[in-house]
Design a protein around this ligand. Sequence first.
Ligand code: HEC
Length: 157
Amino acid sequence: MEDHKIFKQRVKAIYAMLLGVFALFIVTAFTVIYLISNPDVFEKSKPEAEDLEIIEEEDYDKIENGIHVRTGLVEAEGLMAVVNNCTNCHSAKLVTQNRMNKERWISTIRWMQETQNLWDLGTNENIIVDYLVANYPPAKKGRREVLKDIGWYVLKE
Ligand code: HEC
């Protein structure tokens, strides 16, 4: 009878120990999984996602030295109409690298509308064309402009 009791106690003790080890294993496993899925738990200095968004929004349409940084377009009247309508399908470089007169800017827009699914620009069209002509006109010719307001010397004998 005594032996039986001792045996029972031992079984209980081993059982309790195994349960403890198992519990410890579970806790460790969950901690590891948690840390793997949240690698920056310990980096408290990192700004929150919301802060990051605010910073990005502030810089999104930043102008530096008269240039809209995100697109490289010149800051001038109509800039945002161009940014919003002309940088969706291709890089703004395609715009800034081109220099055309009013007629050719309009026909480029018509061509994109007819063949590239460019939408009707509505009242923005005039704003956009004015912006393009003002800031991306045909490149100047190589020859210098005619001189004006020149003071002439009267030549003596
Ligand atoms: C719906 C899409 C779309 C929009 C929006 C769009 N374009 Fe384009 N554009 C194109 C495609 C496509 C091309 C051809 C690209 C290529 O050749 O790789 C193109 C080409 C161009 C070219 C080069 C034309 C040439 O002869 O090489 C210029 C300049 C241009 N676009 C200016 C603009 C301007 C200005 C706007 C705003 C009014 C604008 N794009 C808006 C689709 C678009």
